[in-house]
Design a protein. Structure first.
Length: 133
């Protein structure tokens, strides 16, 4: 697993000249805003998530929010790229968001006992391993 003292992994390599590389460290930094409130007041975040989990309407709203974040990540990644790269961007954005969501759900299931930032680091490490150095 990664620790905060280790350097960020290098960008994922491109196998085609018209695709983009993803700087995992940059994406992780941009998503860091999600980590701050969780780390600052885990009890409040858990209470809030329990309310969301108990409400079909709020779960739907949460899904819409994640969808919007995925669209924003994808839009950023595909800017000025070919059609193929745009499709690749959607796949990469979904993988990134999936890693974040899986980390968050694991944190909630642990009742906040596990550190979200650590879970997120492990999820990004899993992506790095799965997609190669």
């Amino acid at each position: 697993t990664l620790s905060s003292s280790q350097p960020a992994p290098p960008p994922l390599p491109s196998t085609r000249p018209d695709t983009f590389t993803v700087e995992v460290a940059g994406v992780r930094e941009a998503l860091g805003a999600m980590t701050e409130p969780i780390e600052a007041d885990p009890a409040a975040e858990l209470r809030q998530q329990r309310v969301v989990d108990a409400s079909p309407a709020l779960r739907a709203k949460e899904a819409e929010l994640f969808e919007a974040w995925g669209e924003a990540i994808g839009a950023h990644l595909r800017k000025g790229r070919s059609q193929r790269a745009a499709r690749d961007a959607a796949v990469v954005a979904a993988a990134i968001l999936g890693a974040v969501r899986a980390s968050f759900r694991a944190w909630v299931r642990s009742d906040g006992k596990l550190r979200f930032a650590r879970l997120e680091e492990e999820a990004f490490e899993a992506l790095r391993v799965a997609f190669g150095d």
